[in-house]
Design a protein around this ligand. Structure first.
Ligand SMILES: *Cc1c(COP(=O)(O)O)cnc(C)c1O
Length: 217
């Protein structure tokens, strides 16, 4: 279990670049991990977790939430509009708002439910066809569209292409956030969270470095 080590590395990198350690929130990405490993990380005191599938999260988190106080759940995977209601009931933060239809659905449901998770817009910084996220060129317009719907955008999120230098993507995300007056930056995973912190990440999403490799078998 690498939780303590990851927390130390986050604090050390923040300090190195002159940031307060608590300006970076660690999201422990628990997708696909066996419940024993998740429980161990909860027992170690971690309360902020990320999942990429609504269904999977709905299967395991209600029970954990009964057992542990103060759990905060982040949705970091693509969201279909027909799962938006369930997602808004389960998650505290949604990192993957990425298209007008979804934004409109969330705005409507926020009215019905009387609450709305914190919202991040996902940007497809690498313009990869297989990846979700609004294209960089469309980001300003989409953020404005969300705001016009009454949605507050708390941050931007990106997943850099696997084979490219992540810092270029982190820098681009930061630039888009700055010119739109958005504070949160969800960027950095097990392999590059320190790079992301140096570039201003406020949320790092770390899975395998905490829990061990995921077994999809
Ligand atoms: C799985 C996942 C992560 C965590 O990846 P690791 O390499 O295991 O740290 C982070 N962000 C997203 C969007 C993911 O789907």
């Amino acid at each position: 279990m690498g939780l303590a080590e990851i927390k130390e590395r986050i604090a050390a990198e923040a300090e190195r670049v002159g940031r307060a350690p608590d300006s970076v929130q660690l999201i422990a990405v628990s997708k696909v991990q066996p419940n024993e490993r998740v429980a161990a990380v909860l027992d170690a005191g971690q309360r902020v977790f990320g999942e990429n599938k609504v269904q999977e999260a709905a299967g395991k988190w209600p029970a954990f939430k009964e057992q542990y106080d103060g759990v905060e759940l982040h949705l970091i995977g693509p969201l279909q509009t027909n799962k938006a209601r369930q997602a808004m009931e389960l998650f505290d933060v949604i990192h993957t708002v990425d298209r007008p239809k979804l934004a409109k659905t969330i705005a409507r449901l926020a009215g019905e439910l009387g609450h709305c998770p914190r919202l991040f817009v996902q940007v497809n910084t690498g313009e990869e066809p297989q990846k979700a996220g609004v294209l960089p060129v469309d980001a300003d317009g989409f953020i404005q569209e969300c705001r016009d719907l009454g949605l507050e955008i708390g941050g931007l999120m990106c997943i850099p292409p696997a084979d490219e230098e992540p810092s270029l993507h982190f820098a681009l995300l930061k630039k888009i956030a700055a010119r739109n007056g958005v504070d949160g930056l969800s960027m950095g995973m097990s392999g590059d969270f320190e790079t992301a912190i140096a570039q201003g990440a406020t949320h790092v999403r770390v899975g395998s470095a905490i829990f061990g490799e995921r077994d999809y078998g």
